[in-house]
Write a protein that binds this ligand. Structure first.
Ligand code: SD4
Length: 318
């Protein structure tokens, strides 16, 4: 890349390089910035922004943001109060990834309110990327997390009602929304992301979705950008969705174009299925440019930058 000094040399010694062209090469960078899926992304962003606006790291910011819906018993698809599987167990999936490409993940974890912090600890304190089930719980308890009951009275009531028919037909944007994917760029120019969920309501016991799978529910490449997914995890896993979105940005697509192309790949694979489900992608590039795209209308996300915190409706395919 040309430096300012090179430019001055060029223009002094025979260069007719227009000033505007040279500086057009230097894209304006928006930072810090944080993006979170769904309405509750607004509150998650508030927690993340406190850290980002004080010069904190994107990693700390995304963890703090993800913890907001995790700890809220009224949110029925994340952490405490999450709707259970068909056997009545609340089982949680989460992952986190930082600017160094380090990552940590937990899946099929029970009894812990903040799986995102356990995922971060897997990243920072173990030689592994992913711990699941009883092993993940054991690791959390040894590291000071408390064992708690995550099934609230309301979620238990909803589950008991569901067992009367036991019909597993997730309703688009209703039963399965609220996984939080949160991606941020800090003042240092570093990207990180986090994703946490109780997964699809009334899933089979033992089912794990895309959210704790690095590359599917979340991916961060500090040279290029970050992406997070929400919706029916099986379809996201099949295209390794977030890795795909980041690679599409690497090829020169804007964040929104990259998300759109990933959604279109899901449609192309199985057009009939695509009509019945929701999948949404959210992306942020190294310049702080952001965008989203989803299958069906109804997906939104919150964006917080120097202009404030706002909720944006994603464009959609169907
Ligand atoms: C899953 N992707 O477990 C999650 C669910 C979700 O918005 O994102 N809901 O498949």
């Amino acid at each position: 890349m040309k430096t300012r000094r090179d430019f001055l040399k060029l223009s002094t010694f025979g260069g007719l390089l227009p000033v505007t062209n040279f500086f057009a090469e230097q894209k304006a960078v928006t930072k810090p910035i944080v993006l979170s899926t769904w309405n509750f992304g607004l509150q998650a962003n508030e927690a993340a922004w406190k850290i980002l606006s004080n010069g904190g790291t994107a990693l700390d910011a995304v963890e703090a943001g993800a913890k907001v819906p995790e700890g809220d018993p009224k949110e029925t698809s994340v952490g405490l109060g999450g709707l259970p599987d068909r056997d009545g167990h609340v089982t949680l999936d989460a992952c986190i990834m930082d600017e160094q490409g380090r990552c940590g993940s937990v899946a099929f974890l029970e009894h812990i309110v903040h799986p995102i912090s356990v995922a971060r600890m897997v990243m920072e304190k173990t030689p592994h990327v992913m711990l699941v089930g009883a092993g993940a719980l054991k690791f959390a308890l040894v590291n000071g997390f408390k064992k708690e009951r995550l099934l609230t009275k309301e979620s238990e009531k909803a589950w008991k009602e569901w067992t009367k028919k036991s019909a597993y037909k997730p309703i688009v944007n209703v039963e399965n929304h609220d996984t939080i994917g949160i991606i941020a760029l800090d003042v240092h120019g570093n990207l990180s992301g986090a994703c946490t969920t109780s997964g699809l309501a009334y899933k089979m016991h033992g089912r794990v979705g895309d959210s704790p799978i690095i590359g599917a529910g979340l991916y961060v490449d500090n040279e290029i950008g970050a992406a997070a997914a929400t919706g029916v995890g099986e379809e996201v896993i099949k295209i390794v969705g977030c890795h795909l979105v980041v690679e599409l940005m690497r090829q020169g697509n804007t964040p929104e174009q990259a998300c759109r192309l990933a959604v279109e790949r899901i449609v192309k694979r199985n057009p009939a299925k695509a009509k019945e489900i929701q999948v949404g992608f959210l992306a942020l590039n190294k310049n702080g440019e952001s965008g989203a795209f989803c299958l069906q209308s109804g997906f939104n996300y919150a964006k917080y930058d120097s202009t404030g915190n706002s909720l944006i409706d994603s464009k959609f395919k169907i």
